[in-house]
Design a protein around this ligand. Structure first.
Ligand SMILES: Cc1cc2nc3c(=O)[nH]c(=O)nc-3n(C[C@H](O)[C@H](O)[C@H](O)COP(=O)(O)OP(=O)(O)OC[C@H]3O[C@@H](n4cnc5c(N)ncnc54)[C@H](O)[C@@H]3O)c2cc1C
Length: 517
């Protein structure tokens, strides 16, 4: 017999190895000896009150064995199957390719960047020598922006079945089963490259093709139908159906479509800065402790939101125990983002702090750029950060209190950001629609989380790539309305905002493309 029950375990009880069995026996009114095993189905932490509690959903096995967790996918040999093309090997492209193999079609993937191992060298060049390779960086290369990301697997998607499929596929490719349990699943930047590599091996094993260092630079369109793609080396490749999963940093793709007069739409997005605190400050606020957090508790996270002058100001991609990384995709720009290892062991907590930009109302000076106005605004802010940081990958920064109170910081706090920081008056450099709202937002966050508003935190600029400022439209068949055979997909199309939603969109697009054969 299997009973599914919810139990609560106080932090001070959690040290007992057999606590779940004991609680289950009490709840079910049976002896612990009658319980064969307890399997955790869901786990979350309730730290709202000083007495911290772990909430569990568990399956209690009485006279039954626990079945193995099965994450099986029916991949088939597609070496000689009909081909389907995918541009971009980020989460959207990877999941499109895997799904294509399940459905019996041969994926041919074109990726501008390098394999994960070779990509590491280019990341070192950014961090140490401030040189950005425009095809291989934190956003471009095998696994896309998802590889050296934080690997938080949160999504606002309500389609739990689809989300579970995405998670099971990650487990199939080496992720811990823990992601199937945690309320806030996280893989960690140290584990992601191995998983991405394993996805590549599956695709190749079953007959798919992946071409690295193959940037697509042109679409050959005849009579509103996509006929071929041109690569940077000048070669042409005929295509019938193409999943365009190039991510929102591939600005050349937006420019290319714009030049061809293809339908694009300006999209609202969000921009701001990253704020970095010592992790122990966030722990002490969230876990109500004056000393170090209990060893059973993970590095604490937060999620903040505030309306300021009719726009949302909110935390984004919070990375407890993490690092801030240089996520620029070209020289001459500074972009920051965050990541953390699986054990979230760094002594810093960082988070994007961004302001909603309404593309129709907030950027009148950029109106002459038409549908690309958000993109041009984003670029200008990244250039501004580059100049303010001293024209390298060093990022402009200010103490949080100085930013809000409008002072230059004579010294800055220690940081996890490897290329280094340069003190700059971000409060006056950022456009008012962002800087002004952030200052009010930070002050409000200090009221909500006592201790958050502190001179021990740095504000670091700029967090500009939260989501795409351009949408590539698609019709009810997920095809571009003016280019038959082109399927805009994932974050670059404007249809995803993170690893899981991009992966789900990859599956959705390839299914739609295959259905139309
Ligand atoms: C540092 C960092 C941390 C992040 N942390 C998280 C997190 O914790 N959780 C989360 O959900 N999300 C996170 N994200 C965001 C997440 O990585 C993206 O939302 C996701 O990767 C988008 O997937 P995608 O497949 O749509 O696009 P991308 O991942 O951007 O992939 C696009 C791919 O297309 C390739 N490409 C671009 N142009 C061309 C071309 N012309 N020809 C051929 N190939 C091309 C690129 O090289 C790239 O590999 C993070 C991002 C960064 C940078």
């Amino acid at each position: 017999m299997i009973h599914e029950i919810q139990i609560r375990v106080k932090l001070k009880e959690a040290r007992r190895a057999d606590i779940l069995k004991i609680k289950a026996s009490q709840r079910l009114g049976i002896h612990t000896k009658e319980i064969n095993a307890v399997k955790v189905l869901r786990k979350s932490i309730d730290a709202r009150k000083p007495s911290i509690v772990f909430n569990y959903k568990i399956a209690v096995y009485i006279n039954e064995q626990v079945p193995e967790t099965e994450c099986n996918f029916k991949y088939q040999d597609v070496s000689n199957a009909k081909e389907i093309h995918i541009v971009g090997f980020g989460p959207a492209g990877m999941y499109a390719a895997l799904r294509s193999i399940e459905l019996g079609y041969k994926p041919i993937v074109l990726e501008r960047g390098k394999k994960v191992r070779d990509r590491r060298r280019d990341l070192k060049a950014i961090n140490q020598f401030h040189i950005v390779d425009e095809d291989s960086n934190y956003c471009f290369g095998e696994g896309g922006a998802g590889t050296f990301s934080d690997g938080k697997l949160y999504t606002r998607s309500l389609k739990r079945g689809d989300v579970r499929r995405i998670f099971e596929n990650l487990v199939y490719h080496g992720a811990s089963e823990q992601i199937l349990i945690d309320a806030h699943p996280h893989i960690g930047t140290n584990k992601l490259p191995r998983i991405v590599q394993s996805i590549r091996e599956t695709i190749l094993k079953y007959g798919g093709e992946i071409h690295f260092e193959s940037r697509v630079v042109d679409f050959i369109i005849k009579k509103q139908s996509l006929k071929a793609i041109r690569l940077q080396n000048g070669s042409e490749m005929p295509v019938e159906k193409l999943i365009l999963a190039t991510g929102h940093s591939a600005r050349d793709i937006y420019y290319l479509l714009h030049k061809k007069d293809s339908l694009l739409e300006a999209k609202s997005f969000a921009m701001g800065v990253r704020v970095e605190h010592p992790q122990h400050i966030i722990d002490s606020i969230q876990y109500h402790c004056s000393t170090q957090r209990d060893e059973l508790l993970p590095a604490a996270a937060y999620s903040l939101v505030q309306q300021v002058n009719n726009r949302g100001v909110y935390s984004f991609c919070m990375c407890p125990g993490g690092f801030i990384v240089p996520a620029a995709t070209a020289n001459g720009e500074v972009v920051v983002n965050g990541m953390s290892p699986s054990n979230r062991s760094s002594k810093f907590a960082n988070s994007g702090m961004v302001v909603e930009i309404n593309v129709n109302q907030d950027l009148p000076k950029y109106d002459h750029f038409g549908v690309l106005k958000g993109l041009e605004f984003q670029k200008d802010l990244e250039k501004l950060a580059f100049n303010a940081g001293g024209k390298s990958q060093a990022a402009p920064a200010q103490r949080l209190t100085d930013f809000v109170e409008g002072r230059f910081s004579t010294t800055l706090n220690e940081t996890s950001y490897q290329p280094g920081l340069k003190s700059a008056t971000l409060h006056s450099l950022l456009p008012k629609i962002i800087g002004g709202r952030l200052r009010k937002g930070f002050a409000a966050f200090g009221e909500k989380m006592n201790g958050f508003y502190t001179a021990e935190a740095n504000v670091i600029g700029v967090e500009s790539r939260t989501s795409s400022p351009v949408k590539i439209p698609r019709n009810e068949n997920l095809e571009h309305p003016e280019i038959k055979g082109l399927y805009p997909c994932g974050e670059g199309g404007g249809y995803a905002g993170g690893i899981v939603s991009a992966a789900m969109d990859g599956e959705r697009c390839i299914e739609a493309a295959i259905k139309s054969y």
